[in-house]
Ligand binder design. Structure first.
Ligand code: CP
Ligand code: NVA
Length: 305
């Protein structure tokens, strides 16, 4: 793996190795404290972040390296100078670019014109590092990833697309329950479907909530993603049937409930569920740190490649 732009760069073994390394790092972080000694990463963020920014910065620090945060919310990247010139400059100073961007094409441009690995920290299309931490969390709670049945409810977005990609590689069942015309990206779904055939994964998209039975995991995300100015109230009527509440958790048979966060309590998930016994949302948040450590070590230290 040279870059992590989409999640299609790895095979099943690559996903399992990353999760395994993250589990080892979680168990004994000190054993890895010199792994990226003297190395650095630029964290380019065009959008806000709590979890991703904090955990990428700490991941570099925990491995003996350093993260330099560049807040680019005012449109600097491509505005003050071109995206390729950002990549060419930064490649002279740092060992890795971590980018949270509006357009997937910005990451592709950084990767094509820079000379260091590029990591997707969320784009319009994908959130690959998020879902790696999510499947690590599933493994911790359910003991496996292959054959796990995950139901995603709500808006088909970057996180949904990435759940399909990771689920396909890991041989999981991922069903997206989304309102009509709010499903995941069709091209990404089809590409994931092809990969999933190799690993026995089952991927599907439906708006038929009566099919929500016998799932192990329920997963949701905001109904309105960053960069979309639509008020939540405006979409509430369409999405409310997909809200994860106590009744829905019970009828689905799910063992755990997940959310990438930030959550909009009372919209896509209720307080009772988010703070209830099946919620693993803060385990997911914690695992972002361990997965990012594993990811950076894999990309930047040949010993772990
Ligand atoms: N889940 C996630 O990416 O959170 P942040 O937007 O806070 O980074
Ligand atoms: N789909 C959400 C994920 C936030 C982590 C967004 O893009 O805003």
């Amino acid at each position: 793996m040279q870059h992590l732009l989409t999640g299609f760069e790895l095979d099943q073994d690559g996903y399992l190795k990353l999760i395994g390394l993250a589990q080892s790092m979680k168990a004994d972080p000190k054993a890895y404290r010199d792994c990226l000694q003297g190395m650095s990463a630029a964290l380019l963020f065009e959008k806000p972040s709590l979890r991703t920014r904090t955990t990428f910065e700490l991941a570099m620090y925990n491995l003996g390296g350093h993260g330099v945060y560049l807040g680019l919310a005012k449109g600097e990247m491509g505005g003050r100078e071109t995206v390729p010139d950002y990549a060419r400059n930064l490649s002279r100073w740092v060992d890795c670019l971590v980018g949270r961007v509006f357009k997937q094409t910005t990451l592709e441009e950084l990767a094509a014109t820079g000379s260091v690995p590029v990591v997707n920290a969320l784009s319009d299309l994908y959130h690959p590092a998020q879902v790696m931490a999510d499947f690590m969390t599933i493994k911790e709670h359910l003991g496996k990833t292959a054959g796990v049945k995950l139901a995603y409810l709500g808006d088909g977005n970057n996180v949904t697309n990435s759940l399909l990609v990771a689920g396909a590689h890991l041989g999981a069942t991922v069903t997206c329950f989304c309102p009509l015309n709010c499903g995941p990206d069709v091209q990404i779904f089809n590409q994931a479907q092809e990969v999933g055939k190799r690993y026995g994964a089952k991927l599907d998209v439906t708006n038929d909530l009566s099919a929500l039975k016998d799932y192990d995991v329920l997963y949701t995300d905001t109904w309105v993603s960053m960069g979309d100015d639509t008020p939540l109230e405006a979409v509430k009527k369409v999405f409310l049937p997909y809200q994860i509440n106590d009744q829905l958790v019970q009828s689905s048979g799910a063992q755990i409930v997940m959310h990438c966060l930030p959550a909009h309590r009372g919209y896509e998930i209720t307080d009772e569920v988010m703070d209830g016994p099946k919620s693993v949302v803060f385990d997911e948040a914690e695992n972002r740190l361990h997965i990012h450590m594993a990811l950076l070590a894999t990309l930047l230290n040949p010993q772990y490649a």
